[in-house]
Ligand binder design. Structure first.
Ligand code: GDP
Ligand code: MG
Length: 180
């Protein structure tokens, strides 16, 4: 791999799971609390194993339209080299959405002949364990079945966990194209 690398990352998941909180945490190390409906691509540099990696991170509100030809989802699938799929451990429906998204991304990439790309599954809001409705085991099992790394994090309480998610994704991207 080259000494520098540019990677496009799409952060996807149902509304209010903390996509913007995770993204802003990575960029600023801070948790602000309220983010509105951010739709933006951010650039952020990460040092991984002594190498500078520039991540372009696309954070946007959720849309149910998964059409592989016309949807914004298809545009994101095409644009991205890697995906961070987020659910909230307190929101069962958001976990179901991540299950759908894993398969939707894989089949859209097949359809677009885009090859394989790493997907990371993230259970966010770990600090709200008293309200948990999705056991860790379920996240782990989904990850195992779909061959994706899995993390549980709290964008609210822990910067390090969020950083590990993006490091994990970069590691997988490097494995995916070792000679790039
Ligand atoms: P998005 O719609 O997926 O971008 O979700 P946001 O990032 O806007 O977050 C939705 C709400 O969840 C906001 O009120 C955040 O403050 C809150 N939130 C996000 N991450 C966490 C977390 O890790 N723990 C807790 N307790 N709240 C969080
Ligand atoms: Mg958002």
């Amino acid at each position: 791999m080259d000494l520098t690398m540019d990677a496009n990352i799409a952060v996807l998941g149902k509304e209010s799971v903390g996509k913007s909180a995770l993204t802003v945490r990575l960029l600023t190390r801070r948790f602000i609390g309220e983010y509105g409906d951010i739709q933006s691509v951010y650039s952020h540099s990460l040092a991984v194993d002594g190498r500078e990696i520039t991540l372009n991170i696309w954070d946007s509100p959720y849309s149910q339209d998964f059409c592989v030809e016309t949807s914004l989802f298809a545009k994101k699938v095409r644009w991205a080299d890697g995906y961070v799929l987020v659910y909230s451990i307190c929101d069962r429906a958001s976990f179901n959405t991540v299950c759908r998204l894993v398969h939707a991304i894989k089949s859209a990439r097949d359809y677009l002949d885009a090859g394989k790309a790493p997907i990371i599954i993230v259970g966010n809001k770990r600090d709200l364990h008293h309200r948990r409705t999705v056991p860790s085991e379920e996240g782990r099992l989904l990850a195992l079945k779909t061959d994706c790394p899995f993390y549980e994090v709290s964008a609210a309480e822990n910067y390090h966990g969020v950083l590990m998610v993006f490091h994990g994704l970069v590691g997988r991207m490097r494995d995916a194209k070792p000679h790039a």
